[in-house]
Design a protein around this ligand. Structure first.
Ligand code: NAD
Ligand code: AHE
Ligand code: ZN
Length: 370
């Protein structure tokens, strides 16, 4: 079949809209009509050539929601008409990682996914006979895509696609990092670096679990009002107080250091501040931000010797097929706010505007509707 999609032909070039060829689902695969997709900073990071796994030409996008249109041989967990959220972190429930119950990082198809291919090592997308790569196993910047069955979360049918697509990455990443990865407890003091599409979800989850101080740090002043609405109690702009004063300011506000901190910037210097603002003896810093290829983190080992903990979180530690439908319920029950984080909507033809708005710091999330 043919499908309209935004193609990334080369790093740092705008996406181009084309009618591409899409092969139908093979065994264990599912054809999904994408109804809406968010644009995450990770799409921009890959398009900007910063991703060591970035492959071109490809169809980016990993934050979608849609409807199952056809299933391949052997597919049993979804059927045509089901509403689904594609998962860049699948949940096969059979691999060593899934069975361990210690991680959400299912390993069953990670290697082909990183090569921009389906689990059988081939691509379903092509243009004029040339192979086009998949991205993060999702390629939601296409009106139709083919997904492995294990990478689809079945969701309730009354959930609006233009909102719950954001649960495909940003909402689950931020909310999950607080609940699943850190396990923030009531009364904890929390510091959140980067108040964008991920950081604001960390803030709303910190408020939801009853955190005390919720300190937000961002270099873009306009993010302050959004963060206050979501529960931030204190704001620090490093450009106003000086980068070298940020840690000290957090220690002051929190009375000795954050119990939990979260990096939602992808900047390795910020990651160091996020660790070092943690409370001596127990403070935990969770790295969510994705750093450019070749970047490394550093700190004095003494920071760890004296009890601070460095952790990372992918997709919020959520097990997609199990947890995503629950997060959709939280949204539908009014426990989490998604609507006010979606600041812009556009058709696929205007998708490059979403990247411009993100870079200008003008959007929280842009959603493309097909
Ligand atoms: P975003 O562009 O919406 O937000 C980033 C925010 O960081 C902006 O508000 C920006 O002003 C702020 N910022 C930038 N530099 C800063 C600095 N030096 N100090 C303080 N604030 C600074 O991006 P997003 O969609 O929220 O994504 C945030 C990061 O999380 C990205 O690196 C993205 O790739 C990553 N991410 C990781 C996962 C995961 O599973 N680990 C999932 C989604 C996104
Ligand atoms: N490809 C990069 C790593 C990118 C990365 O860390 N991705 C996150 C999700 S970001 C979503 O917006 C993730 O899930 N990581 C775990 C994984 O298995 O990819 C690189 O450095 O090569
Ligand atoms: Zn993302």
């Amino acid at each position: 079949m043919k499908t309209r999609a935004a193609l990334a032909f080369a790093p740092n070039k705008p996406l181009e809209i084309h009618e591409v060829d899409l092969e139908g689902p093979r065994a264990g695969e599912v054809l999904v009509e994408i109804m809406a997709t968010g644009v995450c900073h990770t799409d921009s990071y890959t398009l900007d050539g910063k991703d060591s796994e970035g492959i071109f030409p490809s169809i980016l996008g990993h934050e979608g929601a849609g409807i199952v249109r056809e299933v391949g041989e052997g597919v049993t967990s979804v059927k045509p008409g089901d509403h689904v959220i594609p998962l860049y972190t699948p949940e096969c429930r059979q691999c060593k990682s899934c069975l361990s119950q210690k991680t959400n990082l299912c390993t069953s198809i990670r290697s082909t996914q990183g090569q921009g291919l389906m689990p059988d090592g081939t691509s379903r997308f092509s243009l004029n006979g040339e192979k086009i790569h998949h991205y993060m196993g999702c390629s939601t910047f296409s009106n139709f895509t083919v997904m492995p069955e294990i990478a689809l979360a079945k969701i309730r049918e009354d959930a609006p696609f233009d909102k719950v697509c954001y649960i495909g990455c940003g909402v689950t990443t931020g909310v999950g990092a607080v609940i699943f990865t850190a396990g923030v407890e009531p009364g904890a003091n929390v510091a959140v670096f980067g108040l964008g599409g991920i950081g604001l979800n960390v803030i709303q989850a910190a408020r939801m679990v009853g955190a005390d101080k919720i300190i937000g740090i961002d270099i873009t002043p306009s993010k302050r009002a959004h963060a206050e609405k979501f529960g931030m109690t204190d704001f620090i702009n490093p450009n106003e107080i000086g980068m070298d004063k940020v840690v000290e300011a957090i220690l002051d506000i929190s009375g000795g250091g954050a119990d939990y901190s979260f990096d939602c910037t992808g900047n390795v210097n910020v990651m160091r501040q996020a660790l070092e603002c943690c409370h001596r003896g127990w403070g935990e810093s969770i790295i969510i931000g994705v750093a450019e290829a070749g970047q490394e983190i550093s700190t004095r080992p003494f920071q760890l010797v004296t009890g601070r903990v460095w952790k990372g979180s992918a997709f919020g530690g959520a097990r997609g097929r199990t947890d995503v439908p629950k997060i959709v319920d939280w949204y539908m029950d009014g426990k989490i706010d998604i609507d006010s984080l979606i600041t812009h909507k556009m058709p696929l033809d205007d998708i490059n505007t979403a990247f411009d708005l993100m870079h200008a710091g003008e959007s929280i999330r842009s959603v493309v509707e097909f």
